[in-house]
Write a protein that binds this ligand. Structure first.
Ligand code: Z5A
Length: 211
């Protein structure tokens, strides 16, 4: 069976990271060799970019610089980690990918979609085969991350910014129903995990059926 690329997406505090390991274990239990990564990050270069873009002291970063930095990290991750994994028949699981740029830099910051699409073609090269979108009301997500007591540079944005991020994610999910599965992330953790595992099982079944 050839490798597949799965991404987890959602707004602040949506619970992606909480579910990521469960999804990895589920895939492994199906006999799949899984590489787990995250964005921005996942390579030495990408983690250096992450430290810059999430640093709350860096209030000077422009929307254009932020967009380019996200794609610089992504270009490295795809070539260094994801493409080699897929070529070797492994599966790749990423906490965020290009949909986050459409949601945060496109929806949140108002960067033109066509510009993001150009960068996607040139720098990202690949699209996920399956994307789990963890969706919940902005106020709930912000209350969850607020309880952590510290905020990164992007978490310092306004509620309106995160409403635009959520709307952009939902719009993308509606436009690509074959790739996206939307999970109600306001449910208790056990229910969210259960929903994610059911989606993963059904997806692996469908891939095995055509292999
Ligand atoms: N970003 C971007 O702008 N453009 C891009 O192209 C890319 C990224 C790729 C990454 O930082 C930031 O980069 C991100 C988007 C931007 N924005 N910010 N800030 P990150 O990786 O550190 O941040 P994140 O991905 O948003 O992580 P997060 O806010 O922690 O969200 P999460 O991973 O979805 O949530 P979590 O850590 O699993 O859960 C958050 C808290 O909620 C935690 O205390 C949990 O115990 C709790 N939780 C989780 N699920 C539940 C349920 N179901 N009920 C109750 N409580 C729960």
């Amino acid at each position: 069976m050839s490798g597949k690329f799965i991404t987890l997406e959602g707004g602040e505090g949506a619970g992606k990271s909480t579910v990521l390991e469960v999804v990895r274990v589920r895939l492994a239990s199906r006999g799949l060799d899984v590489v787990v990564t995250r964005e921005p990050g996942g390579t030495a270069f990408g983690e250096a970019v992450r430290a810059i873009v999430l640093d709350p002291a860096r209030r000077d970063i422009t929307a254009e610089s932020e967009l380019l930095l996200m794609f610089a990290a992504r270009a490295q991750l795809v070539r260094e980690v994801i493409q080699p994994a897929l070529a070797a028949g492994r599966w790749a699981l990423s906490d965020r990918f290009t949909d986050a740029s459409y949601a945060y830099q496109g929806g949140g910051r108002g960067q033109p979609r066509a510009r993001i699409a150009e960068l996607e073609d040139w720098a990202a090269l690949i699209k996920p085969d399956l994307t789990l979108l963890f969706d919940l009301p902005v106020a709930e997500g912000l209350a969850r991350v607020g309880a952590r007591g510290h905020a990164d540079r992007i978490e310092l944005e306004s509620g309106d910014f995160f409403e635009r991020v959520r709307a952009a994610y939902r719009e993308r999910a509606a436009a690509e129903p074959a790739r996206f599965r939307v999970i109600d992330a306001s449910q208790p953790v056990a229910a969210v995990r259960g929903a994610a595992c059911a989606i993963i099982d059904a997806y692996v079944d469908s891939v095995e059926a055509v292999a």
